[in-house]
Ligand binder design. Structure first.
Ligand code: ADP
Ligand code: MG
Length: 246
């Protein structure tokens, strides 16, 4: 009895969703290299950028700090990973350079998801080394991988702080990006103090080596906690936000 109704409603809803989520642009018009675009469309099978990706990619490429806010499922991971990878392919990068980018994720599960997308994105750029460090894993094995060189590091906050404080061979002098992903969840899980300490350590290191750093705060929601985190971590940030019905 309900079937005709469902048949009428379903396509309307999916049309609405795709209208809301996806941009009418192509990845090819976002100032990305041909190889990167081919990887997104071919290997990763993404047809079009989402709205938040269309808005974030050129803005993050320009180099300003950013607060990226959009609902869960809108594609925020690639919204920050794509510009970072594009930038790293425009310069000489070797394993020995150590860390260029840290992505901080509140949980192991989310860190694994980010790492998985990062590995797919880096497929044609085999010389750029991704890495994952997180609570619950073997610390000395992580130390060895950090010493060998990880160019883009995905990490949970406690373990990252541990390595920043205790792994003497952590090459941090090239860090150019710090991404706080799922910032609302970082706050919910009580990581504000760890994040603040991490930012302070990175700022101290920046003072001594002079490499400017771009910070990006990514969240599905805004709150007083997010504003605090933004004031600690962002300088003259651009706000990239989408309403539910952008
Ligand atoms: P968010 O962090 O905003 O919650 P994610 O970055 O986790 O969203 O992405 C949600 C899902 O959408 C993932 O499975 C991701 O691979 C997929 N996705 C991301 N960008 C695109 C795109 N441009 N086209 C199709 N799927 C995409
Ligand atoms: Mg996310």
């Amino acid at each position: 009895l309900n079937r005709p109704i469902l048949e009428n409603i379903e396509p309307a809803i999916s049309k609405l969703e795709s209208f809301e989520t996806f941009s009418s642009m192509n990845f090819g018009s976002l100032q990305l290299s041909e190889t990167l675009v081919r990887n997104l469309q071919g290997h990763m099978k993404l047809v079009k950028p989402t709205h938040i990706q269309e808005a974030s990619i050129p803005t993050i490429l320009k180099g300003s700090d950013a607060l990226v806010k959009a609902q869960t499922g809108s594609g925020k991971t690639l919204a920050y990973l794509i510009p970072v990878v594009q930038k790293l392919t425009e310069q000489r990068v070797s394993r020995a350079d150590g860390c260029y980018c840290v992505v901080i994720s509140p949980t192991r599960e989310l860190a694994l998801q980010i790492f998985d997308e990062l590995q797919k994105l880096l497929k044609p750029f085999y010389w750029i080394v991704p890495g994952l460090i997180m609570g619950g894993e073997n610390r000395s094995a992580e130390k060895a991988r950090i010493r060998k060189g990880i160019n883009i590091l995905v990490a949970t906050p406690g373990r990252l702080l541990d390595h920043l404080q205790n792994t003497k061979t952590f090459p941090t002098h090239n860090i150019k990006w710090c991404i706080l992903d799922e910032a609302d969840k970082l706050l919910d899980l009580g990581f504000e103090k760890d994040i603040t300490t991490i930012i302070n350590i990175l700022d101290e290191k920046k003072k001594s080596n002079g490499v400017p750093r771009q910070n990006v705060l990514v969240s599905a929601t805004l709150s007083d906690g997010i504003s605090r985190l933004a004031s600690i971590s962002l300088k003259n940030p651009v706000y990239i936000g989408l309403d539910q019905r952008a």
